[in-house]
Design a protein around this ligand. Structure first.
Ligand SMILES: [Zn+2]
Length: 196
């Protein structure tokens, strides 16, 4: 299996295991990300630890608020959080609650259908409140391999309009926060509509 251009998995593991670090990476979730080889940002050992569910920061119970999010509310199989970074006003995370799972094929069809129904509802709530020009949904799991959706409202005047929000290097991503009053108002509005 090839994990990067010209690099086999076994070679990548060998390089990672040999700690051939060339640059430090961002650490937005308290995860140690060290760049080893041609864009690889995560140590293989740390990745396998997270995939196994050991110390997964997205497993329940989760705090209602932390430096990354504030809870909006619970849905059938997931919980919706308003992210503290609001470069894209209304950016939320919808995290699968039932158990640790990293990929859709690890869910039953009923679980996946339910999780997608939660996404549909959450996206509708967010759109109703922030009235975006477009909306992105993404389930990447490259930093935290626990199933979650990013629901990202997009606007004509946002910093990455016409392109994905994701930059090659996390440290290059725009991280704007709302003032406390505005963040709190948005959070309250989302809670009211989600609960209705
Ligand atoms: Zn997990």
């Amino acid at each position: 299996m090839r994990v990067a251009s010209g690099v086999t998995r076994s070679k990548w593991r060998r390089l990672a295991g040999g700690h051939i670090a060339v640059a430090g990476g961002a650490d937005p979730w308290g995860i140690s990300c060290t760049r080893y080889w041609q864009g690889a940002l995560m140590d293989a050992t740390r990745w396998e630890q997270l995939v196994s569910g050991n110390e997964c920061p997205f497993d329940v119970p989760r705090p209602d608020s932390n430096e990354h999010w504030d809870v909006v509310g619970s849905l059938k199989t997931s919980t919706l959080y308003l992210t503290k970074s609001q470069t894209y006003r209304g950016h939320c995370l919808l995290i699968f609650d039932v158990r640790h799972a990293t990929r859709p094929d690890q869910l039953s069809m009923d679980e996946w259908t339910s999780f997608c129904a939660d996404l549909y509802r959450a996206g509708g709530v967010i759109s109703h409140i922030v009235k975006p020009d477009h909306i992105n949904v993404a389930a990447l799991g490259n930093v935290i391999p626990h199933l979650h959706w990013h629901i990202v409202p997009r606007y004509y005047d946002d910093p990455r309009w016409g392109a994905p929000i994701w930059m090659t290097n996390l440290e290059d991503m725009d991280q704007r926060r709302l003032c406390d009053a505005e963040h709190g108002k948005l959070l309250r509005e989302l809670k009211v509509v989600l609960a209705s």
